[in-house]
Design a protein around this ligand. Structure first.
Ligand code: P6P
Length: 300
């Protein structure tokens, strides 16, 4: 089954179907561009991440494609300093974008991804629980798409003629024991170090690539926990609330998992600014609850 047919079967509105299909077509262009990726752009984004030419190209390409759709009112992109208001739009959608997350991994031929959050009512500075849809694409040995419109989590694979074909429907995160622990151990807070040690003692196996999209995708399929914690000098950690943590947490929660910053669900956090970062624990409910337990006990 092709993506559009599946979205129609899910009862998505015509505008949502058109928007998601437009976004995934833009991701197909990104998949092609990765094969011919250019060098470094010599610029950095507001988060201080060095931008390669492909980062800026992918960002421009997606924003232009959304502009042309005339369905999108506002776009927040990790590569942009401010929210982009699309004035000549007939639509109301708000879209958050991480056009090419982990792009520095291309050099060593590791998988990377695109992350998208969709709000039907244009405000992108909403809590993650207000999302109406979210998707990510993994550019790896396969190019796969995972999406939800709050009616299950579904995976598609790009075939040889450029169609996303249904691969797995109604994905539920299995109980598993993989852990993907981001950040430098020397910078961990003591309670987080104790948490990671406890996972090891429970027989959790470390699986971490440095790409959030493939790492979270692996947790969705095999179970366990992805974390990028608060650090000694960075109490909000590294990962962005709007562009990375909300959409991916939304998908994992829709697949029966859980998410937290150690104290509360990521999806209940009210964004203060486009560059907000947050500590993140996302995956099986028991592993997330264990992190909250370690965090709570550290405050006593
Ligand atoms: P570190 C990639 O740069 C990214 O934003 C995420 O995709 C990934 O999870 C994280 O940073 C990796 O960070 O500090 O482990 O290199």
């Amino acid at each position: 089954m092709k993506l559009r047919e599946h979205l129609e079967q899910q009862g998505a509105t015509e505008h949502m179907i058109t928007l998601i299909c437009r976004i995934t077509d833009l991701c197909k262009d990104i998949a092609n561009a990765i094969l011919h990726q250019q060098g470094k752009a010599g610029t950095v984004n507001i988060h201080g991440d060095e931008q390669i030419a492909l980062d800026t190209w992918a960002d421009d390409h997606m924003i232009q494609g959304l502009r042309e759709s005339k369905l999108v009112k506002t776009v927040a992109s990790e590569e942009q300093d401010e929210v982009v208001e699309i004035l000549k739009s007939d639509g109301e959608f708000g879209v958050t974008l991480d056009p090419l997350d982990g792009s520095s991994l291309i050099d060593v031929n590791l998988s990377i991804g695109t992350i998208v959050g969709i709000f039907e009512e244009g405000n992108v500075m909403e809590k993650g629980e207000k999302l109406d849809a979210a998707l990510y694409v993994v550019y790896g040995p396969l190019t796969t798409l995972v999406y939800t419109i709050k009616k299950g989590v579904h995976e598609f694979v790009l075939n040889e003629i450029g169609d996303f074909i249904l691969r797995k429907e109604n994905l539920q995160i299995p109980q598993g024991k993989l852990y993907a622990p981001g950040g430098l151990a020397k910078d961990y807070l003591p309670w987080h170090s104790n948490y990671i040690k406890a996972l090891g003692e429970k027989g959790y196996k470390l699986r971490y690539s440095g790409g959030m999209v493939p790492d979270v995708n692996q947790i969705l399929h095999k179970g366990g926990i992805f974390t990028y914690p608060a650090l000694q000098e960075k109490n909000q950690g590294k990962l962005r609330l709007l562009f990375e943590c909300n959409p991916l947490s939304f998908i994992i929660v829709q697949a029966g998992g859980a998410c937290s910053d150690g104290k509360q669900s990521i999806l209940t956090k009210t964004p203060q600014g486009i560059g907000d970062r947050t500590p993140i624990y996302v995956g099986n409910k028991d592993a997330v609850l264990l992190a909250e337990k370690f965090c709570y006990e550290s405050d006593q």
